[in-house]
Design a protein around this ligand. Structure first.
Ligand code: HEM
Ligand SMILES: *[C@@H]1O[C@H](CO)[C@@H](O)[C@H](O)[C@H]1NC(C)=O
Ligand SMILES: *[C@@H]1O[C@H](CO)[C@@H](O)[C@H](O)[C@H]1NC(C)=O
Ligand SMILES: *[C@@H]1O[C@H](CO)[C@@H](O)[C@H](O)[C@H]1NC(C)=O
Ligand SMILES: *[C@@H]1O[C@H](CO)[C@@H](O)[C@H](O)[C@H]1NC(C)=O
Length: 336
């Protein structure tokens, strides 16, 4: 190859890397098949052990994908601890006293660093772990495209501005998801992740006692279910007490949608998909309540789309998911 051609090729590659959005083309199934062939088995093994120790960790780990990917792409920015120069995402409104199982991701990272140091990104670990949590909870299996890089920084402000409140209504959720090119079907299917896991009384007391400032409960609640929630979450009680997001919070299934149809949704943001007066979300809820396979298929589509939201910025392979490798390099690169 002539030197000229080689130079041109380099230019094109550099230009493509700078263009950020083009990074999506580098994601592929089996990305680590040569550099860390056992990576996917290692991740699954650690998630299995974590779930045996604490069943809820499946849900907690899966949720990390949502909170990472919606804030400047799937770049493990969520995992960075605060530093004197940077306030990260862990203390953001939707995350503080709520996100959990960061230590499970650390365990995966440590296992992978022992086997193939400096190869597998924390961002990819979140994507693999989320998939594995679903599979090991009885949900669908799918292939994940890998090759993400880890961010050098994180932004609490961005998380606060983006992540939805449990008070959100169907219209505002549709608008939010549309900003990420996620459809109404994606929104409803991804909300079906609440088929596993728990939420705090803090997230529902407003709808139990003062929905939209009315001084009354949300009318879209089955009376028996409301009684149960009143008992779990009395007015002025401990906001950290948790309840299951659906009637089978360890099993990944379509029970969540059956519950919504019977007005037994836990969060306002769940029940609104059925009862918020929006025909499109309601139809999808009803379909998924009758057809678990349709839910599983749409969920996989949604997780892949959400999991491929890209960061605009250049990254690295972090050695420890909680800290950027080199703070000096970080300062230099943000100038660049
Ligand atoms: C549609 C908008 C969404 C809203 C408003 C929302 C809101 C919430 C809230 C308020 C909680 C409970 C927090 C607490 O009380 O501590 C929660 C839990 C959870 N969320 Fe979401 N969420 C949404 C979408 C998603 C998506 C897309 C996923 C993943 C694909 C997800 C996965 C989870 C899981 C698994 C839990 C339970 C976590 C655990 O038990 O530790 N959520 N969500
Ligand atoms: C939905 O929520 C948004 C944002 O909080 C609000 O502006 C809007 O009025 C609400 N829509 C309905 C139908 O309640
Ligand atoms: C959504 O799609 C449009 C058009 O294809 C694209 O320009 C935009 O970058 C996408 N947005 C996100 C967040 O992926
Ligand atoms: C209910 O909420 C409204 C508006 O947020 C507030 O003004 C009112 O004081 C609350 N009522 C009670 C009983 O807490
Ligand atoms: C829950 O517990 C945390 C940590 O102990 C505490 O800081 C927080 O105020 C509690 N939150 C609620 C809503 O009670």
């Amino acid at each position: 190859m002539s030197l000229h051609l080689l130079g041109l090729l380099c230019l094109v590659v550099v230009a493509a890397r700078r263009a950020g959005a083009l990074a999506a083309t580098t994601l592929r199934v089996g990305y680590y098949s040569e550099t860390c062939p056992d990576a996917e088995q290692v991740v699954r093994g650690v998630i299995r052990v974590a779930m045996a120790r604490e069943p809820r960790s499946a849900a907690s780990v899966m949720r990390l994908q949502f909170h990472d990917c919606f804030v400047n792409g799937c770049d493990a920015s969520l995992l960075l601890d605060d530093t004197p120069e940077m306030t990260g995402e862990k203390e953001a409104l939707s995350n503080v006293n709520s996100l959990r199982s960061y230590e499970v991701i650390d365990e995966v990272k440590e296992a992978l660093e022992r086997r193939c140091p400096g190869v597998v990104s924390c961002a990819d670990i979140i994507i693999m772990a989320a998939r594995d949590a679903v599979v090991l909870s009885g949900g669908p299996e799918w292939d994940v495209r890998l090759g993400r890089e880890d961010s050098l920084t994180a932004s609490q402000e961005d998380s606060n501005n983006i992540m939805p409140s449990p008070r959100a209504n169907a219209t505002s959720l549709i608008d939010l998801f549309a900003q990420f090119n996620l459809t109404v079907v994606d929104l409803v299917a991804l909300s079906g992740s609440h088929s596993i896991g728990e939420a705090r009384c803090f997230s529902i007391v407003f709808r139990l006692y003062n929905q939209s400032g009315s001084g009354r409960p949300d009318p879209h609640m089955d009376p028996q279910y409301r009684e149960k929630l009143n008992e779990l979450c009395p007015e002025g009680g401990d906001g950290n007490v948790t309840g299951g997001l659906d009637a089978t919070p360890r099993a990944f299934d379509n029970q969540y949608f059956k519950d919504l149809v019977r007005l037994r949704g836990f969060l306002n943001s769940d029940q609104t998909l059925h009862s918020g007066g929006v025909r499109t979300t309601r139809q999808v809820v009803e379909r998924f309540s009758r057809d678990q396979e349709a839910f599983f298929d749409a969920f996989v589509t949604g997780m892949i789309k959400m999991g491929e939201l890209q960061s605009e910025k250049k990254g690295e392979i972090r050695r420890n998911c909680r800290v950027a490798n080199d703070p000096h390099l970080r300062a230099l690169r943000s100038e660049f």
